[in-house]
Design a protein around this ligand. Sequence first.
Ligand code: KDO
Length: 331
Amino acid sequence: MTTRLTRRTVLGGLGAAPLAGGATRLLAQDKIVLRMSTPATQTDFRSQGLENIFAPAVADFATYEPHYNDTLFKQGTELVAIARGNLEMSITSAQELAKLIPEWSIFTAGYLMRGPEHQRKVFASDIGKEMYQLVEDKLGVKLLCVNYFGTRQLDLRGDRVINTPADLKGVKLRMPGTDAWQFLGRALGADPVPLAFTEVYTALQTGAIDGQDNPLPTDKDKKFYEVTDQIVLTSHLADMNFIAFSRKVWDRLSADQQATVQTAAENACRSISDAIVKNEAELVDFFKGQGLKVYTPDVEAFRTRVQKMYLESPFSKDWPEGLLDRINAVM
Ligand code: KDO
């Protein structure tokens, strides 16, 4: 038998044993359905990691049900859906978390995280425990693990050479539609345009936008190279994602099942990060082979401007006291 976690099943308890606080514990014959919503494709490394590592590990008591390409919830609405009990899982980002919990905007700052190892260590430390707890307390969402999503680079139409932020003046750069992302676009020197991930290919093809930013593996997976001419290696954001899991569902699992979910997610995150690191290293040659110009601009000029703008931004007022120094001190 499978049960979707709805208010009716929680409160009505389809044969499930009541727990304090109105939650219900899964009985042995029940299988919980874990719907995961994401704008990503099925071929994305994160999707594959969850399908191949997470899903089989929890299969004894849970049916993993992924929904790709924004088909269940729209990009950026998943966390609220989980908080309201309408969704069980998503692959979330610091930018989406920052929309609901301003302290999280610290992790949206360009040129802050130094890469996959730094991310892993930061979130394995007390910093991670505190920031994950904040999300659990405020949203009822558990963040199970962090994965490296790749380092974001500029991917543009046309042959305008980009060396410093000044060269991006007037460039209509698609960024995802939250304040944190739009600010990053402005900090880079561009004119940011908010647009859903699933609409980027067509907007590039028609020239509605001049470019977009994403990690190289995403540019390949979404075939953006078919409709752009150059990749500028600004490396402005070592991007990361988090496996978000409903606290209400978590509370229905036994201690053993919770441990299984946690380990399964951590194994998936590690494998996703490793696969992305490996793929990223191979992709410059791939894009050159597709006829794109790939080059490194004056990264220091971008870093200096972006870091200055973040420190002077209204976002930084919400950063917990001392956290920036603590993040930088993680080696
Ligand atoms: C994007 O919209 O550009 C982005 O890369 C932002 C990420 O935070 C992440 O949400 C990602 O899209 C989606 O998961 C689709 O891959």
